[in-house]
Design a protein. Structure first.
Length: 283
């Protein structure tokens, strides 16, 4: 009986791995008018049903800001955003069999958005671990037992992140020379001072992760400026809409809808609207 169950488990793992491999090796539709690049903050993790045909690992939602923006503009969209993606995944691939996100670009691309960098410096993953550790129970115990804790700001490679973003944006420009390139910063998660029950972390942890968020936004702006891209600064636009605010654009640690420390549906909509405004202003 035990051997049979083990064989079933092994078979399931092999089939699951094969499914992810097949999905990952599918070539994206190239040359759409709009190509969206980035991590879960673009993908809309937890904000609705998965985009049909999209890689399971990416958890790409029909309500992520790229999808909402495409509906607003009427542009054809190839959405390459993927939960867990780093900037290097966008440029070089390697995320669970997936190729580079920029493979979807082409000479016909007219708009590119990019939201990436949080996974490079452990922003949301550390916030989540801090909240679980404080919450206690089994998961909290395991996090406290096996996790070494949130790294100091000085130990996070913001200079490397900025360089990777610049390299990515320059390659985007090379492959899509006619495109308008918009770099969308992460919205504010933690309020300017203190903490709140929604965050589920103490003041000292909030102070640390607030600095991480500030440095992430600074590195992103710097890279966009160096590469000649337009910034849609959701770090600034979302002021007052942090996880503790009355109209939150990001979730706290235990949301009823969406993923912890990720954009709410209202936040994704606000991001699409700010991008739309940037496009209209440019026109």
């Amino acid at each position: 009986m035990g051997i049979a169950l083990s064989l079933v488990a092994i078979g399931a793992l092999v089939m699951g791995g094969a499914f992810l491999f097949i999905q990952g090796r599918q070539l994206p539709e190239r040359d759409a008018e709009y190509v969206a690049l980035g991590s879960s903050f673009a993908a809309g993790l937890g904000l609705g049903s998965r985009v049909p045909g999209s890689p399971l690992v990416c958890q790409r939602s029909v309500n992520g800001y790229p999808q909402q923006l495409a509906r607003m503009t009427g542009l054809s969209l190839t959405d390459m955003s993927c939960s867990g993606a780093t900037t290097r995944h966008v440029l070089r691939g390697g995320q669970v069999f997936l190729g580079p996100q920029i493979d979807a670009l082409g000479p016909g691309t007219r708009l590119v958005t990019l939201t990436a960098g949080g996974n490079d410096i452990g922003y949301v993953s550390d916030l989540t671990a801090l909240a679980y550790r404080r919450r206690g129970r089994l998961v909290g115990f395991l996090v406290g037992r096996f996790w070494s804790g949130a790294r100091p700001v000085a130990d996070r490679k913001f200079d490397q992140l900025s360089a990777d973003l610049v390299a990515t944006l320059r390659e985007v420009r090379r492959q899509a020379p006619q495109a308008r390139i918009l770099v969308v910063t992460y919205p504010v998660i933690i309020p300017p001072n203190g903490t709140c029950s929604q965050l589920g972390i103490g003041e000292e942890d909030a102070d640390l992760m607030r600095q991480v968020g500030v440095r992430l936004a600074e590195a992103t702006r710097q890279a966009a400026q160096e590469a000649g891209a337009t910034v849609v600064d959701m770090d600034q636009h979302s002021a007052g809409h942090d996880a503790c605010g009355p109209v939150a654009w990001v979730n706290g640690a235990a949301p009823e809808q969406g993923a912890p420390f990720h954009p709410t549906l209202a936040g994704a909509r606000a991001t699409a609207e700010q991008i739309m405004l940037a496009l209209e202003t440019a026109d």
